[in-house]
Design a protein around this ligand. Structure first.
Ligand code: SAM
Length: 255
């Protein structure tokens, strides 16, 4: 039987759920800063694109830890409104601008950016396709830093293998993903796994209260019930199989 995937739920419903949360995917400020430590030559001239930025939690971490100018892009207009409001609240509006757009058809100039960032989002268009397309918008010697779902082991139990193959059909091991990075024209600079707190404390636990609230708000809505059941299963599977997979930060330099 085909497993249902998050992409099969209505995009607006998913966004209504997630835009009220601080983050829309696993991660943490500490790991964003760790990834940033591998990027050379950051200055007040640096231009960063943050793709699939969501409401911009990591965008603000990038802005607060660099002097760069940042363009943050997401398909969801509600997330971008929130991101721009947060930038204003933090006094970062002169360096941080959120725009609505799709990461597979970027509205940028060739070689416009020194750094392309993307946390938890590249799977929406595919790892290889994303690395290939985004390279056009990087200067020579520019950097890319993305988190991507990856296998930690060569073999996995069938239950978790099936779940991820349905969600991210091209999911691969860390070694495989590094080889794709090299094949698509980047020198691999670093790869490290996101620790469990990025998933549990910053992603699954904050969802719990929102799930209750959402079920109440949409009482009797079968699609919402299925979506929440899907999210709860995702959390259960993580606690059962977390030694087999996780997000990995991949950092590369354009050749
Ligand atoms: N980077 C944020 C974070 O880590 O909290 C959000 C990650 S969330 C898992 C994935 C994001 O990708 C969502 O905000 C979603 O709207 C966005 N997205 C999905 N498909 C997209 C596309 N084709 N172009 C731009 N953004 C997209």
């Amino acid at each position: 039987m085909e497993e249902i995937t998050i992409h099969e739920f209505d995009f607006d419903l998913i966004n209504e759920f997630f835009t009220e949360l601080e983050r829309q995917g696993p991660g943490s400020p500490e790991e964003t800063i760790r990834a940033l430590s591998f990027i050379g030559n950051l200055s007040n001239k640096t231009k960063i694109a943050d793709l699939g930025c969501g409401t911009g939690f990591q965008t603000m971490v990038l802005a607060q830890n660099t002097e760069a100018t940042i363009t943050a892009l997401d398909l969801c207009a509600g997330s971008i409104d929130k991101l721009n409001a947060t930038a204003e609240k933090l006094g970062l509006q002169n360096r941080v601008k959120g725009i609505v757009g799709s990461m597979d058809n970027l509205p940028f100039q060739n070689a416009e950016f020194d750094l392309i960032w993307s946390e938890g989002a590249i799977a929406n268009i595919g790892f290889e396709k994303g690395l290939n397309h985004w390279k056009n918008f990087l200067k020579k010697d520019g950097y890319i830093a993305v988190t991507y779902e990856s296998w930690f082991t060569d073999e996995r139990p069938a239950e978790i293998e099936k779940w991820w193959l349905d969600a991210v059909p091209e999911i691969g091991t860390i070694g495989h993903n590094i080889s794709i990075m090299q094949k698509t024209g980047y020198i691999p600079v670093a790869a490290f796994t996101l620790p469990e707190n990025c998933w549990i404390d910053n992603y699954f636990i904050p969802q719990k209260a929102r799930q209750e609230e959402f079920l109440k708000k949409h009482a009797g809505n079968k699609t919402v019930e299925d979506m929440i059941a899907f999210m709860r299963r995702e959390a259960d599977l993580y606690s059962k199989y977390k030694q087999y997979y996780g997000y990995v930060f991949y950092i590369g330099k354009k050749m």
